[in-house]
Design a protein around this ligand. Structure first.
Ligand code: FMN
Ligand code: COI
Length: 372
């Protein structure tokens, strides 16, 4: 990819450039969702149902996109979502993404299923880094992962609760998705868990999850996690007010409204629509973040208006990484951050904290929090 390509692209325009360099299996693993991909499409489509309400003749000479989350001041309310197996996209993989996040003044959530260890990722880009955790049938493994994340200097543990079993990802079944032999799940180095089962038909990842992930997980796992770490706990995958209330009750320090990018339960509600109900239930007690379908600065503003403190982006980072390594991810963050800054100016809201429910129109079928 040339510098020119990186300069002219918007987030979505990077996808074809990424596709051109990815294997068929890797592209479909990154791009795909569960079953009919209804939720994958709905996540994105939901943004089209909301419109903005610009105020005019407001001084927007200075626009402040910075935000504070769990004690860290970030340059913008846009984080890098945890995504597995980044060295499938580019040899620099997770290190490139972490460095790009740092360069942009924001943070990355490092996936448990990374192809670079959390220690190496943290060393490549010193600064705030969250570690995303799955809970394994063998709790010793889970505990060891938390210890590795702590030793690496991670500043929060992000427990993903959307994968008791893997979603039915038909693209991966078709391609027989698995890691090429030169890549490993580096956080499990030295453990049998570092490789997929080699005798599995269909998706190797699905067989791995069936073998290793604990499907009996309940809220007591959050209490257990609390007992083994002093790091803040972020619960990723809360989409109902009932679970939001339980998350607060069980001491979560933040929640992420997420349906795993439409990769788990197909027909799950789009996250933009779930967000205001979760924010309402949380009632400001802890920060609410969201992900799913964020591709434009206007999307970020809509999420903020519905109660999010910040958003995370998944696939666009992978497209940037595949198309251009670290500069490709930097470009994605620059585009989103630039669009956010321009949107705030055009909207007459000179800072992120000036965005509230008055920034959006009410659409039938959407339950919005009361107007600020
Ligand atoms: C290829 C891929 C791998 C992912 N791996 C993880 C993971 O390891 N852990 C996790 O919590 N979420 C994972 N996710 C979900 C993302 O963190 C995020 O919820 C989702 O991608 C957001 O939607 P978006 O891609 O539309 O921005 C993954 C998503 C993708 C696309
Ligand atoms: C554990 C797997 C489900 C990895 C992942 O989060 C994903 O592919 O979406």
């Amino acid at each position: 990819m040339t510098t020119l390509d990186l300069k002219t692209a918007n987030c979505e325009a990077l996808e074809p450039a990424a596709r051109a360099v990815l294997s068929e299996a890797a592209y479909n693993y990154y791009a795909g969702g569960a079953e009919d991909e209804t939720t994958l499409r709905a996540n994105r489509a939901a943004f089209g149902r909301l419109y903005l309400r610009p105020r005019v003749l407001v001084d927007v000479g200075e626009v402040d996109t910075s935000v504070e989350i769990l004690g860290e001041r970030l340059s913008m309310p846009i984080l890098l979502a945890p995504t597995a197996f980044q060295r499938l996209a580019h040899p620099d993989g997770e290190k490139a993404s972490a460095r790009a996040a740092r360069a942009a003044g924001t943070l990355m959530v490092a996936s448990t299923l990374s192809t670079t260890s959390v220690g190496d990722t943290a060393a490549a880009a010193p600064g705030p880094l969250w570690f995303q955790l799955y809970v394994y049938r063998k709790r010793d493994i889970t505990r060891a992962l938390v210890e590795r994340a702590e030793a690496a200097g991670c500043t929060a543990i992000c427990l993903t609760v959307t994968v008791p079993v893997q979603g039915n990802r038909e693209r991966d079944t078709r391609t027989g998705f698995r890691l090429p032999p030169e890549l490993e799940m580096a956080n499990f180095a030295g453990m049998p868990q570092a490789a997929f089962p080699d005798d599995a038909a269909g998706s190797g990842l699905e067989a791995f999850i069936a073998r290793e992930f604990d499907p009996t997980l309940t809220w007591s796992a959050v209490d257990w996690l609390r007992s083994i770490t002093r790091l803040p706990i972020v619960l990723k995958g809360i989409v109902t007010p009932e679970d939001a209330a339980l998350a607060v009750e069980h001491g979560a320090d933040a929640v992420i409204v997420s349906n795993h990018g439409g990769r788990q339960l197909d027909c799950a509600e789009p996250t933009l629509l779930a967000l205001p109900r979760v924010a309402d239930a949380v009632a400001g007690r802890i920060p609410v973040l969201m992900d799913g379908g964020i591709r434009r600065g206007t999307d970020v503003v809509k999420a903020l208006a519905l109660g999010a403190r910040a958003v995370l982006v998944g696939r666009p980072v992978l497209w940037g990484l595949a198309a251009g390594g670290q500069p490709g991810v930097e470009r994605v963050l620059e585009m989103l951050g630039g669009e956010l800054r321009r949107t705030l100016a055009l909207l007459g809201r000179p800072s992120v904290s000036a965005v509230d429910a008055s920034a959006i129109t009410e659409i039938q079928g959407l339950v919005l929090p009361p107007r600020g």
